[in-house]
Design a protein around this ligand. Sequence first.
Ligand code: GLA
Length: 378
Amino acid sequence: MADAARQFADRYGREPDGVWYAPGRVNLIGEHTDYNEGFALPFAISAGICVAAAARDDGAIALSSAQHGDGTVIVPVDALAPGRPDGWAAYPAGVAWALLSAGHRVGGASLAIDADLAAGAGLSSSAALECAAGLAFADLNQLALSRPELAALGRRAENDFVGAPTGLMDQLAVLLCQAGHALLLDCRTGAGTAVPLDPAAAGLVLLIIDTRVQHELTEGGYGARRRACEDAARVLGARSLRDITDVSVLDQLGDRVLRSRARHVVTENRRVIDTAELLRTGQLSEVGTLLTASHASLRDDFAVSWPEADTAVETAIAAGAHGARMTGGGFGGSVIALAPAAAAAAVSAAVAARFTRQGWRPPVIVPVKPSQSARRLL
Ligand code: GLA
């Protein structure tokens, strides 16, 4: 990844003005709560995306990516519009467009992108790309933007340029997390509070199990869940499902599907608060039960898990994990498992063997450590 600067020199025949980095994130718990103004508890991981960039004087944005072949996408800044460019280039270009739409001056720039974070694995490669590009554009154009402002611009790019109707959790996680901590997000106010999360110090490990099933948030499932939540809140006369804390209120929902979707959100908000409290009081291994309960709720009530995730969760727990759950938007991506450090190898081996028996692609299983947020490297 330090190669972003070299890649830049190869592609554009000069040194970059700087290199910016943004990490991926794992959401420990609090799934599909952000767009319901609820709570989430993500942390940044040590894999991410690097953007080497320099200003250019022809008023165009040029984009190249080590993960997307030898071509360079070039679009004049004043021709940026949803759909132009599309594909991977829409994420960084969308941030330049969002900055322009918010009234900021954005000059031409060349960007070379390099990642050690898998796309479509539920680890927020899209937010990492938006935020690394956003920091680069802000510095190159000398824009004084706060991190919450940058997060909102990244979300705008994703919602209105890329066309994925996501919430704000990922961008806030990528820009605000601290090493050794998770970030308790109140998605109504946007406020984040660092909560200690140091699995190694507790003799534990957090494993990411990439199930190798790719997901796309621009496909219909995510948007349909979001609409169901909004419908449920409307029927209940609430501003958002955040305002419902008593599950018995949900009996007022005549529609069985809306009731299940809303029950996930209401119970998940509670689990996030309980998890943060356990972390604050040094009871990390107790969090396992809440992770597993979150998975069951996402599988049964919210219906966004997928067979490989259900199997990974079940197998990890049978092999000694304290708990496990899918992480991210669902329909593909990764599972996280919390296990005693001594059981990590057995958990990984059991999940890998089970996938082989099922005839599925081998999962990629790695330990993760809560890491630092986005920053300028050079
Ligand atoms: C995706 C979205 C987030 C959030 C999660 C589900 O990661 O980008 O905004 O809604 O799904 O918790």
